[in-house]
Ligand binder design. Structure first.
Ligand SMILES: Cc1ncc(C[n+]2csc(CCOP(=O)(O)OP(=O)(O)O)c2C)c(N)n1
Ligand SMILES: *[C@@H]1O[C@H](CO)[C@@H](O)[C@H](O)[C@H]1NC(C)=O
Ligand SMILES: *[C@@H]1O[C@H](CO)[C@@H](O)[C@H](O)[C@H]1NC(C)=O
Ligand SMILES: *[C@@H]1O[C@H](CO)[C@@H](O)[C@H](O)[C@H]1NC(C)=O
Ligand SMILES: *[C@@H]1O[C@H](CO)[C@@H](O)[C@H](O)[C@H]1NC(C)=O
Ligand SMILES: *[C@@H]1O[C@H](CO)[C@@H](O)[C@H](O)[C@H]1NC(C)=O
Ligand SMILES: [Mg+2]
Length: 596
């Protein structure tokens, strides 16, 4: 009797399962769920890439995204996914999406969102969240996500009905890419992901947003004022920032402007390559002198924040005039009064300014120019001396020499992070075209490297196949997201990572000294130290990639060539450098003071 009942129940369960499957198949033909409406809107609005980690309640969103033709990249940590999405937005000019789960997943993206917003890079983060009817009742991974995102984003919103999704997606696109770019957050409650609408005609889709933001330029009268100020300047300096790289025709127009005016220029880290670093008008090696003595700076899409020492004494002249060109009105008069504020697209504005200058050229035989060139040459001599010193373990400059040589011979997209590794890398690795350098940027964020590298890897694969991705990281920086090597292996990206290993943050201690540490390591190991026996190259091999351990300049040179012959995945080159290899002495230490 009992047995019969069990069998009967099983039959019934089977039947019900069959019914359920048929029902859902039938339903899915006619109806649309939130996940699919969201994916369809993202695709319509031009989203091409999605980086993320799935789980409750957004697995269906990831699946729907793939079904609608969006490329999905599964990462190992939400921070990296978020960094990858923003770098992709910067490289392609089209926002990418970072897809994450509720609560901790979403919170792991906050550092990345802040990074994108401070850095003015566009991206959309989509976070799943607790079902709305469980809110404030202790729902699974419940957290005030929209409020949490708001401080780190330009904009945050949550659709509450399926019909509202298209409007929220279009606005998310618009907010992250129009005006000054930044991050936006879109919250997707679990119940909305799964709920269905019987007839898709009840959804009004929004037509795709034009991805080239509207362009504005300053009035002619103000351009004329700027031209007068430029002609009067004795010691002018053009400073090219990341905004110039973002402006659609910025790189061409800035290069024309420099060529036609013959003004000496410097680039911020994000502005490197807008005008080639190899252009003879570059006075990068004389940066300190140039900013200290300039009587006029033309600030093209750069901010007077910490990277430019706030534009203030002692690094700048207290009477320096500023012709500022920016897309964001709120940025004018920040820290230093703008002598002439030029509000508009950087490239288009510079183009009008060039016409206004009507053939004016700065005198290349002037005392100012000669002084800058002499100072540049002097600095080059100092650097050359360190570069030529091949004593083992290598100093940073010597380790960078073969890397520089490689970059000059190839089209390379550089990812660079660390402290000394990045600061020295900025001067040792030239950029000849724009958007070929991704570094810890305005926020100084460690851990961005491999996420940026993934974006760079897919970007090169899909848009620029002849370009090679080269990551140069400090050993500490690598540690933040080293596990993403597995992601890079999984997607077979031929990314080469060079680790400049000094066994620590800024500096470490070598294996001999390490052995001498006695007693409790928590009290006796210096706070800057990392493990001196760490074989990061073996880690890459263990995950399915290729690993090389090198010590000398010829070994680095050989390793770089060998690495790019290994085309089906990542190579990690572990370069042992001196634990005490510091930067050359700086005249002003206030940006490096916490490092000494
Ligand atoms: C998210 C984050 N955590 C901590 C820091 C502080 N910090 C600045 S540089 C750095 C690491 C520098 O060491 P490494 O990457 O090995 O480069 P090195 O200077 O040794 O070449 C750290 C941890 C940071 N900038 N960002
Ligand atoms: C869906 O709605 C449209 C417009 O309201 C209507 O023409 C169509 O017949 C509906 N389809 C179904 C299957 O109900
Ligand atoms: C160039 O050299 C001068 C004088 O030695 C020094 O003060 C300055 O910091 C150097 N500039 C750069 C960019 O290294
Ligand atoms: C440029 O400057 C040099 C040095 O001051 C001067 O001799 C020369 O006449 C100037 N040339 C022009 C065209 O002003
Ligand atoms: C974000 O990442 C970019 C890319 O390197 C970096 O330049 C910037 O400093 C970072 N910004 C923040 C706010 O972390
Ligand atoms: C890192 O460098 C130190 C010396 O600076 C060395 O002792 C250690 O073995 C290196 N780690 C490796 C190879 O991963
Ligand atoms: Mg280090």
């Amino acid at each position: 009797m009992g047995d019969f009942k069990v069998i009967k129940n099983t039959d019934m369960a089977d039947e019900m399962r069959q019914d359920a499957i048929e029902f859902s198949l039938k339903r899915s033909r006619k109806t649309m769920d939130g996940a699919n409406i969201l994916a369809k809107c993202l695709k319509q609005q031009g989203v091409e890439y999605m980086f993320g980690i799935v789980g409750f309640p957004i697995i269906e969103v990831g699946m729907a995204a793939q079904a609608h033709g969006i490329k999905y990249v599964g990462c190992r940590n939400e921070q990296s996914a978020c960094y990858a999405a923003q770098a992709m937005g910067y490289l392609t000019g089209k926002p990418a999406v970072c897809l994450v789960v509720s609560g901790p997943g979403m919170l792991h993206t906050i550092a990345g969102l802040a990074n994108a917003t401070l850095n003015c890079w566009p991206m959309i983060c989509i976070g799943g969240s607790t079902d709305m009817d469980q809110e404030s009742r202790g729902g699974f991974q419940e957290f005030p996500q929209v409020e949490s995102a708001r401080l780190s984003c330009k904009y945050a919103s949550r659709p509450t009905t399926l019909q509202a999704i298209p409007v929220h997606v279009e606005k998310a696109m618009r907010m992250c890419i129009y005006g000054r770019p930044g991050a936006v957050y879109l919250d997707m409650p679990g119940n909305l992901v799964l709920s269905r609408i019987e007839n898709e005609s009840d959804i009004s889709y929004v037509s795709p947003l034009p991805l080239n933001p509207p362009v504005s330029v300053p009035p002619q009268g103000i351009l004329a004022q700027a031209a007068v100020v430029i002609k009067q300047a004795q010691r002018p300096l053009l400073i090219v920032g990341k905004g110039s790289a973002w402006s659609e025709r910025g790189p061409t127009q800035l290069t024309q402007f420099a060529t036609s005016t013959q003004l000496p220029f410097l680039a911020t880290p994000g502005g490197k390559g807008v005008i080639s670093d190899l252009n003879p008008l570059s006075v990068a090696p004389a940066r300190s002198l140039a900013i200290k003595e300039a009587d006029l700076i033309i600030l093209a899409g750069a901010r007077l924040n910490w990277i430019l020492h706030f534009g203030l004494p002692p690094r700048f002249d207290k009477n320096v005039k500023v012709i500022q060109i920016d897309i964001c009105a709120e940025e004018f008069n920040q820290n230093v009064a703008s002598t002439v504020p030029l509000l508009g697209d950087v490239g288009e504005t510079v183009e009008l300014l060039r016409r206004e200058l009507d053939g004016f050229t700065f005198n290349k035989s002037s005392e100012w120019f000669r002084k800058l060139i002499a100072n540049s040459d002097k600095n080059r001599t100092v650097v050359q001396r360190m570069t030529d010193d091949h004593t083992l373990p290598l100093n940073y400059y010597a380790a960078y020499d073969p890397i520089r040589e490689f970059i000059l011979k190839n089209d390379v997209l550089i990812v660079n992070e660390g402290a000394n590794t990045m600061d020295i890398g900025r001067t040792m690795m030239p950029n000849v075209i724009p958007r070929r350098r991704l570094d810890a940027g305005t926020f100084g964020t460690m851990g961005v490297g491999l996420g940026y590298a993934m974006a760079a890897g897919f970007y090169c694969r899909d848009y620029s196949p002849a370009t090679k991705v080269l990551v140069v990281q400090g050993d500490s920086a690598f540690g933040f997201s080293g596990m993403e090597l597995e992601t890079i292996v999984r997607y077979e990206l031929p990314i080469v990572t060079v680790i400049l290993n000094n066994s620590g943050i800024y500096r470490g201690i070598g294996p001999e000294d390490w052995k001498c540490i006695e007693g409790d390591k928590t009290t006796n190991v210096p706070v800057l130290s990392l493990s001196p026996e760490c074989r990061y190259d073996k880690m890459c091999e263990a995950l399915g990639g290729h690993g090389l351990l090198v010590h000398s300049v010829p070994e680095i040179r050989r390793a770089l060539n060998e690495a790019y012959n290994y085309k089906s995945g990542p190579t990690l080159i572990n370069v042992i450098i001196a634990t005490e290899s510091e930067r050359k002495a700086q005249e002003h230490n206030w940006l490096t003071r916490s490092k000494v």
